[in-house]
Ligand binder design. Structure first.
Ligand SMILES: [Zn+2]
Ligand SMILES: [Zn+2]
Length: 124
């Protein structure tokens, strides 16, 4: 699950001296940032160690390289159309990717978010 995975990333980063090793970038950074902004991620977002870790990721990879990543293209796994990454939504638990139109057809989570068939939160 996203929660356990993120805590494992944070712990790994801490025991390795809080260097650049183990920081999230590109798709992992996107999924995690967006997930933390959802209802499901709100509990972890409040943890200081998570905030510190995400700030380190942002400092390392949140600038120009992340902007470049967002402008790349990715394909909706449902309809097969290609879109810019910034317009694609990602399941945090599996490899499903949704364009805005196909995302409209999936389940809602009751908190303004979307759920993949696998049960994972769909973010971005
Ligand atoms: Zn689609
Ligand atoms: Zn999924």
């Amino acid at each position: 699950m996203m929660r356990e995975r993120l805590l494992a990333y944070v712990y790994y980063w801490q025991i390795n001296g809080k260097g650049s090793h183990g920081l999230l970038r590109d798709q992992d950074y996107l999924k995690t940032t967006c997930w933390l902004a959802t209802h499901a991620g709100s509990e972890l977002k409040a943890l200081p160690e998570v905030a510190e870790f995400m700030a380190a990721c942002r400092d390392a990879y949140g600038g120009e390289s992340y902007e470049r990543y967002l402008r790349q293209r990715d394909r909706c796994t449902v309809c097969g159309e290609s879109y810019k990454v910034e317009n694609v939504s990602y399941c945090v638990e599996c490899h499903m990717r949704y364009c805005a139109r196909c995302r409209g057809d999936i389940q809602r989570d009751g908190h303004g978010g979307y759920l993949c068939d696998c049960g994972g939160q769909v973010v971005g």
